[in-house]
Design a protein around this ligand. Structure first.
Ligand code: 48C
Length: 333
């Protein structure tokens, strides 16, 4: 009996290998079909989308607070978004977030706690670059950060008056934004005498965002502390104004932050030439800008709170808290 030609024996290893590769390719093809997007241009993996609870068309997420502005910018409150979907979208975009903070003169004492709290709560799982602007570089402690997070210290000048220190941040952020236009996707600009107390994530990211000032929340418009001197570049007439935004927390795309800070700095310089200074300094210019350049997202007071205000029923999360301080102690030192 003619023996099987050895070269045709199916048990030969390379035949098995051939079958293994075919089975592997078929199963990969099946997995891709089942789990990955049918439409490659979709911005995130359907798998993530399918796992989360479905929205309910006849149930309002919040009935106690405004969650959408008249120009359809979302106002970000707990319970109005699904972070898993947003994280998938922003991970898909491989988003890079720069956060600027100023520690001039004695305010360097706040940096360590600020960064430590951000490492626990700010944009966890995403790429974050901290930019600390200071006149006292040696006072900034060395800190070990999590993966994909870096800290850069930038030496900047100080100013005698705390008002000028605060206002000149706009100029320094503008100049910085011009440099970073290609290396960050978003800039988040915050005060340093603060601490993150709960998650602050990609839900805040948008072309241009401001934060509702908690001290003005719910007050009638005429009580908003806008600049009311018509001579000032920050002037807002009594019958105008949407919301009262805080100078403590704003941001957006690098390009939009450049435009905002450039306006605020130029307006400040124009007023300075007329020996004018608005009632709330950089915050007054910020409110003027955001009145005529509507933000695409608005952060609720969850993102800026003072414990002196207590904890009202609408405040489900206190994500970013002011640190108690003795202003006389740390200003002009
Ligand atoms: O870094 C300083 N040093 C000062 O002497 C005065 C202000 N500032 C910066 O400007 C800090 O980043 C502050 O957070 C910010 C102004 N904001 C405040 O002083 C309170 N958060 C209102």
């Amino acid at each position: 009996m003619q023996s099987l030609k050895p070269e045709r024996a199916l048990w030969r290893p390379w035949w098995l290998m051939k079958y293994f590769v075919i089975v592997l390719l078929l199963s990969l093809w099946w997995y891709t079909l089942k789990y990955n997007c049918r439409y490659p241009e979709e911005t995130f993996t359907c798998k993530t989308q399918l796992k989360n609870e479905q929205p309910n068309t006849v149930r309002m997420q919040r009935t106690d607070v405004l969650i959408l502005s008249p120009w359809l910018a979302p106002i970000i409150w707990n319970g109005t978004y699904n972070l898993a979907i947003l994280n998938a979208q922003f991970h898909h975009r491989d988003v890079r977030v720069g956060i600027t903070v100023f520690a001039i003169k004695k305010y360097t004492v706040f940096v360590q706690n600020f960064i430590e709290s951000a490492e626990k709560f700010f944009m966890i799982g995403h790429k974050v670059n901290y930019y600390v602007f200071t006149d006292r570089v040696s006072d900034i402690p060395n800190m070990t950060l999590n993966k994909d997070r870096n800290l850069t210290i930038l030496k900047v000048p100080s100013y005698p008056r705390w008002q000028d220190v605060s206002m000149r941040r706009m100029e320094m952020i503008r100049d910085f934004a011009r440099e970073k236009i290609a290396s960050e996707d978003f800039l988040v600009c915050v005060d340093v005498d603060m601490k993150f107390n709960d998650e602050v994530g990609v839900e805040i990211l948008s072309d241009l965002f401001g934060t509702l000032n908690p001290w003005m929340f719910g007050l009638p418009h005429e009580q908003y502390t806008y600049e009311r001197n018509p001579q000032s570049e920050a002037y807002i007439p009594t019958d105008e104004g949407d919301f009262y935004y805080a100078g403590t927390f704003f941001g957006g795309s690098v390009e939009k932050v450049y435009k905002l800070t450039n306006f605020c700095h130029n307006a400040m310089m124009t007023d300075k030439a007329k020996n004018l200074e608005p009632v709330w300094h950089d915050e007054s210019y910020l409110n003027k800008y955001l009145l005529y350049h509507k933000p695409t997202k608005i952060l609720s007071p969850e993102y800026l709170w003072y414990d002196d205000l207590g904890i009202p029923a609408f405040l489900k999360r206190r994500r970013f808290l002011a640190v108690r301080k003795n202003y006389n102690e740390i200003r002009n030192r």
